[in-house]
Ligand binder design. Structure first.
Ligand SMILES: [Zn+2]
Length: 353
């Protein structure tokens, strides 16, 4: 079962490569090695989602969730361990009785046996239980039993990138980016590097600036406009993007447009002892700006054993926990106003298909 995921950054997003210093930017972000276009790695997405699913299941526990897992033995999932109002993916999978917040993050106790986790205490040092839907979805590894997760996440790549123009914000994309989400544009594709397709022409002379780069504007075909409209209506419902504000640039130039329009922010490190700015601690970070639209794939596979959670339950758990990306975010510097990400609903909402 594969689902396309669409997401939009609500803050600048910073996912660092960790300690490189290239040119004027001290903190560089993760980029595709071939295209040099920034992205959100699937490992960041999956790791963060694991934590949010653990948070979500935690919110359905009745009061006794803090004690050791042994005390949950023989209790009903629905009403005794979890609240009566819990969704199906919480109360219909028996392994969830062993869940704890420590099912996310690094496993502190990978050398314990799988069975021993059924009675282990839920405390600061506990580790992945290896039984609950969080552990089944994202995988676990105990001393005597390892299992890969049921869910896989591709990288989130940029689909539409916001750029300031003298006509307002426009979102740029390219032919190969659109092809990767299944849209074949039928315009004459021999775009020069200094040309773009525009749906709504801004000026008579037909030029548009994307940041500080200037381009000749060509009219987009009606067929392409239709496909872009469908893309926006179907996958980005509730966003402020209009298809008429989408611009298609050449595949050769898009990386340069994106990289010259990244958000750069200069910050100061504060000395925790004195509360003052550290000397020579001014640093610059680059980030993917707010309003960027991403796409990626999520695959959920059948559990290898009959008593594992059903795929639908896993998808339900993922769907119910994605809201935390909108408040707690992804990546680094979330305490400096970075990282919030809206993940759009996937699948057919209206059931018309
Ligand atoms: Zn678990």
């Amino acid at each position: 079962m594969e689902e396309k995921i669409y997401a939009m950054s609500q803050d600048p997003i910073y996912i660092g490569t960790g300690g490189y210093c290239i040119g004027r930017v001290d903190n560089t972000i993760v980029k595709d090695p071939i295209t040099k276009i920034p992205k959100i790695p699937g490992t960041s997405l999956g790791g963060t989602w694991r934590y949010y699913m653990a948070l979500e299941i935690h919110s359905y526990f009745e009061d006794d969730f803090k004690t050791d897992r042994k005390s949950r033995e023989g209790k009903k999932l629905d009403g005794e361990i979890f609240k009566v109002c819990s969704p199906e993916w919480v109360k219909d999978f028996d392994g969830n009785r062993y869940a704890a917040i420590k099912c996310a993050g690094q496993d502190d106790m990978p050398n314990d046996t799988w069975k021993s986790m059924e009675t282990a205490a839920v405390d600061k040092k506990s580790g992945h239980c290896g039984h609950c839907i969080v552990c089944e979805t994202f995988g676990f590894s105990k001393q005597d039993k390892s299992q890969r997760g049921m869910a896989y996440f591709s990288d989130l790549n940029i689909l539409l990138f916001p750029v300031y123009t003298r006509f307002g914000t426009r979102w740029i994309t390219s032919k190969s980016i659109l092809t990767s989400v299944g849209i074949d544009i039928d315009d004459d594709l021999n775009l020069n590097d200094d040309e773009v397709f525009e749906s709504k022409k801004g000026t008579k002379e037909g030029t548009i600036n994307l940041g500080w780069l200037n381009f000749k504007s060509k009219a987009m075909s009606e067929g392409t406009k239709c496909k872009l409209k469908e893309l926006v209506n179907k996958n980005l419902s509730g966003s402020t993007i209009l298809e008429e504000n989408i611009i298609i640039a050449s595949d050769d130039i898009i990386s340069q447009i994106i990289n010259s329009n990244l958000e750069t922010r200069t910050s100061v490190s504060i000395d925790p002892l004195t509360g003052a700015a550290k000397e020579r601690a001014l640093f610059t970070s680059e980030a993917i700006p707010r309003g960027t639209v991403f796409y990626g794939d999520m695959r959920v596979e059948e559990h290898p054993l009959a008593n594992g959670p059903a795929k639908e339950k896993v998808l339900g758990a993922l769907k119910d926990s994605k809201k935390y990306f909108e408040t707690l975010g992804i990546g680094g510097m979330t305490t400096r106003g970075f990282g919030r990400l809206k993940i759009f609903d996937w699948g057919d909402k209206d059931g018309s298909k």
